[in-house]
Design a protein around this ligand. Sequence first.
Ligand code: ADP
Length: 496
Amino acid sequence: MSQIQLLPAVQALLSQPGRLFLGGTWQDAASGRRFVVENPATECALTEVAEGDARDVDTAVDAARTAFNGEWARQSPAQRGLLLLRLAELLDQHREELAQLITLENGKPIANARGEAASAANIVRYFAGWPTKIEGSTLPVSPASGAPMLNYTLREPVGVCALIVPWNFPLTMCVWKLGPALATGCVAVLKPAEQTPLVAIRLVQLIEAAGFPPGVVNLITGLGAATGAPLAQHPGVDKIAFTGSTQVGRLIAQGATSNMKKVSLELGGKSPNIILPDADIVRAAKGAADGIFYNQGQVCTAGSRLYVHASVLDQVLEELRRHANAHVLGPGLDPSSSMGPLVSARQLSTVSGYLQRGLEEGAELICGGGRPAHLERGHFIEPSVFLDRAERACIAREEIFGPVLTVMSWTDIDELVLRANDSPYGLAAGLWTRDLRSAHRVAAQLKAGSVWINCWNVVDPASPFGGYKQSGWGREMGKNVIDAYTETKSVFVDLA
Ligand code: ADP
């Protein structure tokens, strides 16, 4: 086992406690408290980070408001675009550092972390193009009085945005939200997950280096209840953008009613992936395996329910077994590892519990199902596949957030669509077929925010992403997200 060398900048970051970034200055939490960030591959402490509480949240929100009403409001759209471009360049320049931090605190293989760091720069670059293109319209109104009337709309930034993000894509999730917030002229208080604050700290250092005015982006690290909750409930926050569990999303939506904050939520999923009998089976099975095993299955869009036509079931199961067994589990910093550990002991315990329940409830274990014997430390779990003929086990219905695939078979396409849609979630769905008519007909019937045909997990900053049903409110990326960070003002001018 040989691991890559940590860059000096990464070592420097680990050598001292992480701090909050409030109103343009790096500082300790008001309480002086810190929490430990763990390496999930070794279970050893990486460093400590400031543990913010309600007082720090107040400071962050005040600093954001001051920036919103001050220098930031005077920057032209072109200047905002340039700052975002500068940030994208810095993200490119520091890509390897960011990737190492992602792997250290999240556990994912370094190749995947490098992909995440590269895509972060591209996302920011995409949003850099928006400030100069956010426009209102002139509308053909018909006043009853018959008076000549001009009506036009203005798009204005919503204001102070609380951006609360999870640990599974710790850099991507930050830029998905910071990109549109900054492009539209909003200001932000960013709250990373307690498992993965380090890459967010490095990102905010780069935001500072790019030259954004003080207070435009504030960083508050800490725990969900002590830091996230007071931020989500704060009366000075105008909008919350949250990605995380449906359970916390519900709390955030409830808390937002105190001052009617705008809310966008990207929550859980239990996404159906469907293989039709005419599909390229080898390619479909590879796509299905990648769709569940990528990122150790810790993906809100994981294709965790696989519906395979009965005529090709045996072949698909064989291919899935082959792909699962081919995975090399090990620390993400070892380039030969294709699958890292789960993010935390808690996550390992949740996923292990589901493996146990799957067996108890009669699902048939095809491969995996336990912890790898050769790894003594770290939150590792084998990629696992179950066949659930009755589709009754909880592993066929509940979000696991781990590398656990539940396979079911089908014969009638109309009945299958009902089964695929029979879920409280509606984030993503996929189908594998060579038949154009089936592809588009089924895609139209699936209740999901993203439908992937002969692919899985394709996301693009130009294309909207989000969920039906309990998978969320609103859409991120594309034109839709610009709407979510702006208010529309309608102006009437009596020309009589
Ligand atoms: P997970 O269960 O996968 O860790 P969570 O939904 O708990 O996902 O966490 C996602 C983000 O929400 C994290 O940044 C976390 O700190 C934050 N969070 C957790 N609980 C709350 C809460 N009650 N209010 C606001 N944010 C929270």
